[in-house]
Design a protein around this ligand. Structure first.
Ligand code: NIG
Ligand code: FE
Length: 385
């Protein structure tokens, strides 16, 4: 079964061989989807025949968004904490414990319902790939079930047992648990291991111990780094060859140079700065140094309760001074790189047919029309979602 998507006003391929600039932009384009993959890309006038046809009617078509950082397995509500922050309270990460208590008390079906609801919400807004972390269980049983449920919704699952040290637990005992029984119980359901390397969570040495245990067990590393203040997270991510250092809000010049000289992606999460009213990362310095930048939502009930990649693109353009093209690239190809995936984040022949049709003539409208639901059609694996 093949599908011709034609009359595309502006096609973002993210393949410079297929069009102009880093976005590989084409006008008057068409593409053919075959068995869930991109089978052909070219001018609409030269399109081959296909079994079915979708007329884009001059709209823009982009690769589906790749949200490489989300915490969807949780229970409870922290709206009051958000309201208090907007009234001047700082964000400290202390609310994580509130969510841990609610998550432990919730049944599997309640957790599943929340993950499913947020996954559908993200898909409607164009997210075709999403990473989902554990991190609100913090016990062997609760971390393992969080990941078992996450794995029902995505292949990109991340073990974040090292989110914070649970109340009443000695930090070194907890590190031993995370590296021992918890890792063993979570390993079957996880692709990645992550640590919140931050003052008040895990210091550099403890984070290194945990990440190395995960790597030794066959997981790949990513790190919550330099979110609330300067620290060793970014350097550790680079040292261990992590796929991504996430947040990157408080970076030194040395951190920026380390990222630029490595294959570790700097994943920026502007929803967190927006929702905690914090300063934004210096995205321009990262790009100027040559680092690869990704954008993700950080969707979680505390610091960033948004599932919207278009919203994060708008924030990145307005508040972090990315160009619209840089922001779209970071939300698609950047996310794919942060997940070490080469089958998504672009629309070259052979790529997975994950794409988004906008009710707009160009990708510029994602930032130009903030808050407007522009995503009109999503194809996921070539199938309308
Ligand atoms: O990425 N920084 C640590 N974890 C989350 C926040 C979790 C929470 O506040 O519940 C984050 O921002
Ligand atoms: Fe996070």
């Amino acid at each position: 079964m093949s599908l011709l998507v034609t009359n595309i006003g502006q096609l973002v391929t993210n393949d410079p061989a297929l069009g102009d600039g880093p976005l590989g932009l084409r006008h008057g384009a068409a593409l053919v989807v075959h068995s869930g993959r991109i089978g052909w890309v070219g001018d609409a006038a030269a399109a081959p025949a296909a079994d079915a046809r979708l007329d884009a009617d001059g709209r823009a078509v982009l690769p589906g968004f790749v949200d490489s950082h989300a915490h969807l397995v949780f229970a409870g509500d922290r709206a009051a904490e958000f309201a208090a922050r907007m009234a001047g309270e700082p964000y400290t990460g202390g609310g994580i414990r509130t969510t841990v208590a609610a998550t432990r008390a919730a049944g599997d079906d309640e957790l599943r319902a929340t993950v499913g609801r947020l996954r559908r919400e993200a898909l409607r807004q164009g997210t075709t790939t999403i990473e989902i972390k554990s991190g609100y269980g913090l016990s062997v049983i609760d971390e393992a079930r969080s990941l078992r449920i996450a794995a029902e919704y995505t292949d990109e699952t991340t073990f974040l047992g090292a989110h914070v040290v649970p109340d009443g637990t000695d930090p070194d005992d907890y590190v031993s648990l995370v590296c021992g029984d918890m890792l063993a119980a979570c390993r079957p359901y996880a692709r990645w291991i992550d640590v919140f390397c931050e003052h008040g969570a895990f210091d550099g040495d403890r984070a290194r111990t945990i990440l190395k245990a995960g790597l030794a067990a066959g997981l790949q590393a990513r790190v919550h780094a330099n979110q609330l203040g300067p620290g060793p997270g970014v350097q550790l991510a680079v040292e261990l060859g992590a796929a991504s250092a996430d947040h990157c809000t408080h970076l030194s010049t040395v951190d920026i140079e380390a990222l630029a000289g490595s294959s570790t992606v700097a994943t920026l999460l502007p929803g967190a700065e927006f929702s905690t009213r914090s300063r934004y990362p210096d995205a321009r310095a990262l790009l100027a140094a040559g680092a690869t930048v990704a954008l993700a939502t950080d969707c979680n009930p505390g610091s960033s309760y948004t599932s919207s990649m278009p919203f994060c693109i708008a924030l990145a353009v307005r508040d972090m001074r990315l160009t619209p093209a840089e922001a779209v690239h970071a939300a698609t190809a950047g996310g794919a790189k942060a997940l070490r995936r080469n089958d998504i984040g672009h629309l070259s022949v052979g790529a997975r047919a994950d794409l988004v049709l906008l009710d707009a003539p160009s990708h510029l409208h994602l930032a130009y029309r903030p808050g407007v639901p522009l995503v009109s059609t999503v194809l996921h694996n070539g199938v309308p979602a």
